[in-house]
Design a protein. Sequence first.
Length: 330
Amino acid sequence: MNIATTFRKLVKPLAATLAAATLSLAAQAAEPLKIGYSDWPGWVAWEVAIEKEWFKDAGVDVEFEWFDYVASMDAFAAGKLDAVTMTNGDALVTGASGAQSVMILVNDFSNGNDMIVASPGITSVAELKGKTIGVEVGFVGHLLLLNALEAAGLSESDVTLVNVPTNETPQVLASGDVDAIVAWQPSSGQALSQVPGSTAIATSRDAPGLIYDVLAVSPASLATRKADWEKVATVWYKAVDYIYGEETQADALSIMAARVGIPADQYKAILDGTKILSLEESQAVMQKGEGMKSLYGSSKISDDFNVKYEVYAEPQAIDTYIDPSIILGM
């Protein structure tokens, strides 16, 4: 057998293998990006882009799937989604459980929509001492509660926590089984309306930047389809401009309200409790820094709380959870 024949025998199967791998990658790239989202104004905002078919215009195939919040994170952890909308603190919780993600885009920070709502007669966080509180333990409301208790000179040991799914908190408060609940809109607003005399004794407006809401992508999807994620980011800021445009906001509110079954004229107040960030504001937030004005600093605060209160055991490597390159490159 001469050298040429031997070479052909070696190269032929290798070429076939490479061709198969190329076809596999091409097939993977042809799949729509699957994004899980849920009922929060900064995530419902994606509905504007969906309704207007801006992803199609941008040349990226995206499939949004609607979930209850925790169910969306469970689906992401199970590998059923390429990305999920969640808070920066919950991204750490999910990652510590084995489902790593990378935050590539900051939608907003909560600016009053997350609330501690207390029964009639309780008018301050300090008055929660010895009381029972319904909260989804280990998630964003838990962090808000711990921060508020600490600011009032209390700790978790001063109260009794009852684990309640966020969407069930209004009914639990109305039942009288707890003295207060922690929830975000629309559940927090429902609790206030269902329990006459109830009061929001602390909100995320008291700690802007404690809770950032993000688009978190699986590392594998980001590595193989970064160009597509860049298009998703471009579409997002087109939606933000539409939501805050003087002539287009009414239409945007109508689209968002329809997604969650709330009258459009009521949705403006809910939107106002969320600070949806412009591109320039997002670029500032995604710079490294300490404190709540930076996604890095805010995530470090969440990480410290999570470890301190044994949500998970070991501190997370914050830098591995954030990739600012898409936003800073726009």
